[in-house]
Each structure stands twice: as structure tokens, then as C-alpha cells.
Ligand binder design. Structure first.
Ligand code: COA
Length: 168
């Protein structure tokens, strides 16, 4: 398996990967995924200016997963999302995507990479912690899902610039 930057030629297959993974409920995105809208969003991430970027995880030319970062709310803070098809998990692909993201974030001068994960997403949380992410907060019963349930997330982040620690 290898990780490379995504191109516009990957947009359709990446949208299908996201739609497949969304069916599990592990992502914030709920099914059914609008492939056209999602594809447009991916295009903006790939072609846009600034630190936004996308990567694909592929094996033998087949795209098995993708990851993205974008500067959503705060300058210098990149928000990440990632999804790998169930059949391709547990083989280090998630770790490789994260390494590519962190290398990119550093090269862009970002000071933090952040994400949100469902509190019961043990696999993802374990991977993030092992890569240096820390829990910054809990959003308790924050998200109402289409089935009416309320779900909680962990706010997680990794600091890339620790040169100016907060005053005690
Ligand atoms: C999260 C995700 C991207 C990780 O990808 P992956 O290919 O499984 O990740 P890796 O194989 O690189 O690493 C997984 C790590 O979690 C560990 N792990 C696997 N299953 C686990 C479980 N049930 N509980 C805790 N840890 C687990 C593995 O041991 C591995 O750690 P290691 O490298 O030290 O052995 C992938 O599982 C996925 O796409 N899940 C569905 C979508 C999702 O949850 N996206 C993230 C939303 S925040």
C-alpha cells in the first residue's frame, strides 16, 4: 500500500469510498452521501490555494482510502478527516496517511492539526494517540443524527509548535 497526493482523477473513486464508509456510522458524514456535492468539495481541497490537501491510499492502483486537511476555522490549525475501506484497515494505511498529513502540516507552517472522533471509535482514537494526538475536550451529546440519537465526540489535536508554552 502506498500514499500519494490525490489528483482530480481520484475524485469519483474517493467519493465512493467516503459513501461506503459513511454507511458504517464511523464518520460525521451521514448516508446517503451526495457524490456530486462531495466530489465538488474534494475538487476544492485538491485545487484550492493554501494548506488544504488530499491524499489517497492505494494498493496495486486501486484506491482504498483517503485523507484530507483544510484550514476551516483558525489560521494555522488544520482539520483532518480520513476514511479507509473496511477491507483495507489494520495494515498501517491509516498511520501512513497520518504521517503524510503531519509532514505536510509542518511544511505549511501549521501549528496544530485537529479532528473530532466519535467517543466509541476506539480504532481511530488509538491510532491518533499513538501518533501524538491528545484529547482536548469532549462534546457530550453534541450531534443529533438522522435517526434521532445524540452522539458525543472527542476533540483531539497534535501540537506542531510547542516553542511558546502557555504561561502557568
Ligand atoms: C481510522 C482508520 C482511518 C485507521 O486506519 P487503519 O488502516 O485501520 O489504521 P492502521 O492500520 O494504520 O492503525 C490502526 C491502529 O489501531 C490499532 N487498532 C486496530 N483495531 C483496534 C481496535 N478495535 N481498538 C483499538 N485499536 C485498534 C491497530 O493496532 C493499529 O495500531 P498499530 O499500528 O500500533 O498496530 C480506519 O480504521 C477507518 O477508516 N475507519 C473508519 C472511518 C473512521 O473512523 N475515520 C476516522 C474518523 S475520526
Amino acid at each position: 500500500m502506498e500514499v500519494r497526493r490525490a489528483t482530480v482523477d481520484d475524485i469519483d473513486v474517493m467519493a465512493h469510498v467516503l459513501a461506503t464508509v459513511a454507511e458504517e456510522g464511523t464518520l460525521g458524514t451521514e448516508p446517503p452521501v451526495d457524490l456530486e456535492v462531495r466530489g465538488q468539495r474534494f475538487r476544492e481541497l485538491i485545487e484550492g490555494q493554501g494548506p488544504s490537501a488530499m491524499w489517497v491510499l492505494e494498493d496495486g492502483g486501486r484506491v482504498l482510502g483517503n485523507a484530507s486537511v483544510s484550514e476551516t476555522r483558525t489560521s494555522g490549525v488544520l482539520t483532518l478527516g480520513m476514511a479507509i475501506l473496511a477491507e483495507a484497515r489494520g495494515r498501517g494505511g491509516g498511520r501512513r496517511l497520518l504521517e503524510a498529513i503531519l509532514e505536510h502540516a509542518r511544511s505549511q507552517g501549521a501549528h496544530k492539526v485537529e479532528l473530532e472522533a466519535w467517543t466509541d471509535n476506539a480504532r481511530a482514537i488509538a491510532l491518533y494517540v499513538s501518533t501524538g494526538f491528545e484529547v482536548e475536550g469532549l462534546r457530550r451529546n453534541h450531534y443529533r443524527r438522522r435517526d434521532g440519537s445524540l452522539r458525543s465526540t472527542l476533540l483531539m489535536a497534535v501540537l506542531l509548535d510547542t516553542s511558546e508554552p502557555e504561561p502557568a
